[in-house]
Structures are given as structure tokens and as C-alpha cells.
Write a protein that binds this ligand. Structure first.
Ligand code: BG6
Length: 490
């Protein structure tokens, strides 16, 4: 630590919390909503923890007023939520479902009544099933105009009420889990199709950002990227090179396109050699370069550690345990049934566990300093303001006999990360706000309701929705104080 004293968080810093439609709303088929790919996927036996789905979730659709009142009592300054595309356009395009729009309008009005800044995410993983059935969703270029049409409806309707907008949530995660690891819908294991779909999503993102700048000139829009800084296992130069490759393959591959409209060269060449590079058509790069985000949303949970690639540098005995440990615990390393013939990483880097870091019960590394490193790297490379749009701890919580939740572990986790953010601010990083994941407990896509993140406990489990009672946890009161002191409590 090289500062004598940390800077204060700036006036108006957006202390917030986040959620996503499918994970909280429920009401999956009410008021004209059409099904999304998640409504269908979660019904396939064996895909989610104990067959859980978001049919009811935490019933935010019917209880949003109660939830916003709890936000207001906490003093929350910002609330990030996503819109379910298939509530607005049940079949993905065509006629608008006014009842769906009205739900979000009421939510936004309710937030504003308490001076809570809405942060609206256009896409948090739930494309309408109708578009998946009609033309395979993100794999067809037809989706670019359909997504733009959907986005423009929201821009027109909410341009005077919502200033901060997120275009895509964690494009890196939903493309990998959906098209490569067969873990999310549309349940595909094909690297080439992943890179093709990803390119089409980049084009959809660019087009919608351009529409935004035309329709909402005073607003700010950006993607929320799932960023994890890549570390080298040690200072052996081949490992350092591997970390450079990892950073480019896992992060710059998306971020360089968002900000500069260019794919990183080294990775692109690797993908071309393997025959899995995306097909770039005339006009694509011009579109990508024409759209500039106004800020970067950063979702931070953990980074990654790598060593030299396995092809040229077979694993050392001393490294074998770290690799095994990584494979045993990292939830995103979901190998498809058969080894993928064209696994680009194999030639670029190999993942290992970081021997210096503890893990959560779900195997996610806990690395508060990583968030400072993340913000510093992103600031220097992209020169955009940032907003932490997700950060939090998934844990088992215990409801005591007195019906309290003593989640000191969550308080410690958040405190440690927020201190590192304050250091990053003191270093010179420009940050608009911090949205913890999540406000209430919610459905963890693949892990049911037992993996909890919220400040507010929801009394339900996998088998029984009970009364869905809302119970503020100890961390709720801690965050309330933190907000009151504009972050100076920590
Ligand atoms: C992020 C997503 O990847 O991580 C959230 O944007 C998600 O939607 C969060 O819930 C935590 O992931 P998980 O798998 O623990 O629910």
C-alpha cells in the first residue's frame, strides 16, 4: 500500500445492488409473457440443481413494491435489474406486450420515488424461445435487427427515466456456457459455433449502442463484462507469456471489440489456424468501430492463474496438483463429454489453481486484491469510466431460531473488496458506482436456491416456496451503514 491516506468515495457514488429477471421475477407466463430459452432449458431433466427453475423464483414480479421498500430503507442509491425480452415481445419481435412494459415502468417509477437510480440491463441471458426456434437465436444475423427493435422500444419508453443502461451481461460467460460447455441453453458443445454466435452478438451490441446514442443522447450505455485478471503462476518467462495469452483470449477478445471495434490479432490468428475464427463480412468491422460504449460494466468474482501451454511444456510434477485442483473445483471448466478437437487454449495457456488464494464452497477463488488489479488494468487499457455491476459471495446461509441471518462471512468478503476498490480510486481509477450481487437471494442458474448472495434472505428452498418471506440479513444493516457514510465505514 503506497498511499498515506485513501481518497474518499466521490459525492454521488452509486452504492447499489443487482439482479437479473429470470433469477428473481417468477410469473414466467403471466400477463402475456412468452417463454425464454431458460424457461425451456430448466425443464430438461438433470440440467439444474434438483430440477430448480425460475417459474416462481422469488416472485419479485408480484412483490416488487415490497422489495423496493426494503431497498429504500437500506438507503440504496442504485438498483441494477434486467428486462425479460419475452415480456416485452412474447415472440421476440412484432407486437409489443404493453403489460410487460408496464411492469418495468412501474418498477422504475417506484425506484425513482425513493431516489434510487435504475440501472437497466437489456440482456441477461434470456432470449425469447421463439427466436431460438425460428432461426437459432444468436447464431443467425436476423437477430441483430430483432435485438435492435427490442432495445429501441425500451430506449423510447424509458429515455427520460433511466440514465444508466447495460447492453449485454457477461457475453463471455453466456457464450462459453451456452455454446461450448453445454451447461446453459442452447446447450451446444461446439467451439466454432460459439465464436460465430459471439461475433453476431458483438454486431447486435454495436447496433443497439448506436441506436441508444441516437435516442438517448444524455444517457450512458455499456456492456457488463465478466472480468477476471489473468495471473502467471510465477516469473518463469513461458508462464508469463501464457498469462499474456490468457488475458487476450479470456478478456481482450471481448473488450477490445467493445471499445475499439477490433479483435486482438494473436488470438484471431490462432483461431484461424484451428478453423474456428468467426466469419467477418463486409461492413462488420465498420459497424463495430462506429459504436463506442460510454462506460464499462465490470462483474468481478475472481481471476485466473495460468502456466505455459500443455503442448510444448508438459506439466511438471510440482504443478500437477494445482492443475488437478483447478479441474476439480472450477465451475466454469465444464468439459464436454468428448475432448474438443479444437481447444485453442491448449496451445496458449493451461489453467491452474492459485496456491495463494482460498476458495468459496463452490470453488471460486476469493481474491479482493484482484478487483484493484482488474480496475487498474481496464482503466489503463480502455480509458472509460467504469461501474462495478456485480461482485458478491455465494454462500449457504443459516436462518437462526430468532429468524436472523448472521452472515459475517459476507460482510468480510464485501468489506475486503470495497477497501481494494477505494485503493483503486485513490490510485486514479474512475468509478461511477458499485452494485453488489445481489439485493435479495435469488435463483443461482445451475445451483438452485441454496447458493445465496443477497442482503435480504428469501425464505424458500428447492422443494418448497413457503411464504417467500423477506428477512434482512446482518449484511443488510452493515451495507446500510456503509452507504450512510459513503463508504467510509470500512
Ligand atoms: C454472474 C451472473 O456470472 O454470476 C449472475 O451475471 C450470476 O447472473 C452470478 O448469478 C453468480 O453465479 P452463480 O452461478 O453463483 O449463480
Amino acid at each position: 500500500m503506497y498511499h498515506d491516506k485513501l481518497d474518499k468515495f466521490p459525492e454521488g457514488f452509486l452504492w447499489g445492488a443487482a439482479s437479473a429477471a429470470y433469477q428473481i421475477e417468477g410469473g414466467w407466463d403471466v400477463d402475456g409473457k412468452g417463454p425464454s430459452i431458460w424457461d425451456q432449458f430448466t425443464k430438461i431433466p438433470g440440467k439444474t440443481f434438483q430440477g430448480t427453475n425460475g417459474d416462481i423464483a422469488v416472485d419479485h414480479y408480484h412483490r416488487y413494491k415490497e422489495d423496493v421498500r426494503l431497498m429504500a430503507e437500506m438507503g440504496l442509491k442504485a438498483y441494477r435489474f434486467s428486462v425479460a425480452w419475452s415480456r416485452i415481445l412474447p415472440s421476440g419481435k412484432g407486437e409489443v406486450n404493453e403489460k410487460g412494459l408496464l411492469f418495468y415502468e412501474n418498477l422504475i417509477d417506484e425506484l425513482k420515488r425513493y431516489d434510487i437510480e435504475p440501472v437497466l440491463t437489456l440482456y441477461h441471458w434470456d432470449i425469447p424461445q421463439a427466436l431460438q426456434d425460428e432461426y437459432q437465436g444468436w447464431e443467425s444475423r436476423e437477430v441483430i435487427d430483432d435485438f435492435d427493435h427490442y432495445a429501441r422500444i425500451l430506449f423510447e419508453r424509458f429515455k427520460d427515466k433511466v440514465k444508466y443502461w447495460v447492453s449485454f451481461n457477461e457475453q463471455n460467460v453466456f457464450t462459453a456456457l451456452g455454446y461450448r460447455w453445454e451447461a446453459h441453453p442452447p446447450n451446444i458443445a461446439d467451439v466454432k459455433r460459439m465464436f460465430e454466435a459471439n461475433h453476431i452478438i458483438n454486431l447486435a451490441n454495436a447496433k443497439a449502442i448506436n441506436s441508444f446514442h441516437e435516442l438517448v443522447p444524455n444517457g450512458m450505455i455499456g456492456p457488463s463484462f465478466g472480468y477476471g485478471p489473468m495471473y502467471s503462476l510465477d516469473c518463469e518467462p513461458n508462464n508469463v507469456l501464457a498469462a499474456l495469452n490468457g488475458e487476450e483470449f479470456q478478456n481482450h477478445w471481448w473488450l477490445d471489440v467493445y471499445v475499439n471495434g477490433k479483435y486482438p490479432k494473436v488470438t484471431f490468428k490462432q483461431l484461424e489456424k484451428l478453423g474456428v475464427a468467426p466469419s467477418i463480412k463486409d461492413g462488420d468491422l465498420e459497424l463495430l468501430q462506429s459504436a463506442k460504449p460510454d462506460f464499462l460494466g465490470v462483474n468481478y468474482y475472481h481471476g485466473g492463474t495460468v502456466r505455459a501451454n500443455e503442448i510444448e511444456f508438459p506439466l511438471q510434477e510440482s504443478e500437477a496438483d494445482l492443475e488437478k485442483d483447478f479441474q476439480a473445483t472450477d465451475p466454469y471448466l465444464m468439459q464436454p463429454k468428448e475432448e474438443q478437437a479444437q481447444s485453442p487454449e491448449k496451445r496458449m495457456f493451461a489453467n491452474v489453481s492459485n496456491p495463494h488464494l482460498e476458495k468459496t464452497k463452490w470453488g471460486w477463488e476469493i481474491d479482493p486484491i484482484g478487483i484493484r488489479i482488474a480496475l487498474r488494468r481496464l482503466q489503463n487499457r480502455y480509458h472509460l469510466p467504469m461501474m462495478v455491476t456485480e461482485n458478491g459471495l455465494g454462500a449457504y446461509d443459516h436462518l437462526t431460531e430468532q429468524r436472523t441471518i448472521e452472515d459475517d462471512y459476507r460482510i468480510n468478503y464485501l468489506k475486503e473488496h470495497i477497501v481494494e476498490i477505494q485503493k483503486a480510486l485513490t490510485d486514479g481509477v474512475e468509478l461511477l458506482g458499485y452494485c453488489a450481487w445481489s439485493f435479495t437471494d435469488l435463483l443461482s442458474w445451475l445451483n438452485g436456491y441454496q447458493k445465496r448472495y443477497g442482503f435480504v434472505y428469501i425464505d424458500r428452498d428447492e422443494q418448497d416456496e413457503k411464504e417467500l418471506e423477506r428477512i434482512p440479513k446482518k449484511s443488510y444493516y452493515w451495507y446500510k451503514k456503509l452507504i450512510e457514510t459513503n463508504g467510509n465505514l470500512v
